[in-house]
Ligand binder design. Structure first.
Ligand code: ASP
Length: 336
């Protein structure tokens, strides 16, 4: 797979063939991600990582993925320490960074802002999350997780019943994943959220127009046994200040919830972070020892997926295994 010089701003930037090729490449790069082999294919290349919004996983995993391919990472975090605090435009920032680095990852609180970076940059720009709009690399790692988990269970993706719950309005990972799953056939989507946080109408229409069954719920469905529960945090930072949401404890994904909507083979995913503050009613820790909870396997998979994307964009994917060498060190990293 080669995506030489391409941007990834929204999931629609990729065809289904390119997506499956990226997932295959991620699988081939998993030994590098696990530290069993090392490679230096990106030696001398620089990633500029520009994060203007809170992040742990996305920022670290992009950086770690680039570094594990032998590249170097330079970062700027937040508006305060960037020249945007001096009134610099996105276009000027993007042009300047294009002279320093070979690829750029940007996270920004406004929908559409990463496209502005891509328009002005001369190097590839990857969207690390633009406000409530999209988070395409999270969708890729989510799809990788779903295919790996379903493979173990010997389940096809086609025909699967997926329950999205939590904040479907402002949760950008759901938006990108819904668009990605929309490319497959015959998926049944159940959408469960407080009414104020329902999936935007245009996304529901997109799924329906492609012939998928879409069911909207404000209470957990009683007659369904779903294959996947994908739950999300309420995106409080995106709610209007005066907006208070009456959270129904019945919507929290926990052991009882899963007993009602799931089977012994139902996978539970969450893009993380999980909001552990009292009253947040995010994914419960009572499922932490349950093997169906895939959240840390999911976050681990961010590394091989982001490595695959960099390898494709920097055009080093073909025959990449020839660059693999044995590491001289041992790591005690653990994998979900
Ligand atoms: N980490 C994900 C994101 O940046 C999910 C979240 O923040 O709730 O969109």
């Amino acid at each position: 797979v080669s995506l030489a010089g391409r941007d990834l701003v929204r999931i629609d930037d990729l065809s289904i063939e390119e997506i499956s090729a990226l997932i295959d490449l991620a699988r081939r790069l998993a030994p590098v991600a696990r530290g069993e082999v090392v490679t230096r294919v990106l030696e001398g290349a620089i990633l500029a990582s520009l994060f203007f919004e809170a992040s742990t996983r996305t920022r670290l995993s992009f950086g770690a993925a680039f570094a594990r391919l032998g590249g170097d990472v330079r970062e700027t975090v937040g508006f305060t320490f960037s020249s945007m605090a001096k009134g610099e435009s996105i276009a000027d920032t993007a042009r300047v960074v294009s002279g320093y680095a070979d690829v750029m990852v940007v996270r920004h609180p406004e929908a559409g802002s990463v496209q502005l970076f891509a328009d002005a940059a001369t190097i590839p720009v990857i969207n690390g999350g633009d406000g409530p709009a999209e988070h395409p690399t999270q969708a890729l790692l989510d799809l990788y997780t779903i295919t790996e988990e379903f493979r173990v269970l010997d389940k096809p993706l086609e025909g699967a019943h997926v329950l999205f719950c939590g904040d479907l309005r402002y949760g950008r990972t759901v938006h990108s994943l819904a668009k990605l799953l929309n490319l497959f056939d015959g998926i049944r989507f159940s959408l469960l959220s407080p009414p104020e946080l329902s999936l935007p109408d245009e996304l529901v229409a997109l799924l329906e127009d492609r012939g998928h069954e879409v069911m909207v719920h404000t209470r957990p469905p009683t007659d369904a046994k779903v294959d996947l529960v994908y739950t999300t945090r309420i995106q409080r930072e995106r709610l209007e200040e005066e907006m208070t949401i009456d959270l129904d404890p019945g919507l929290q994904v926990n052991r009882d919830f899963l007993a009602r909507v799931g089977t012994k083979d139902t996978i539970v995913m969450h893009p993380l972070p999980r909001d552990s503050r009292p009253g947040a009613l995010d994914l419960s820790t009572d499922l932490d020892d349950d093997p169906r909870l895939a959240i840390f396997r999911q976050s681990d998979r961010g590394i091989p997926v982001r490595m695959a994307l960099f390898a494709a964009i920097m055009d080093v994917a073909e025959g990449i295994e020839a660059s693999f060498a044995t590491p001289r060190w041992r790591s005690s990293r653990s994998f979900g």
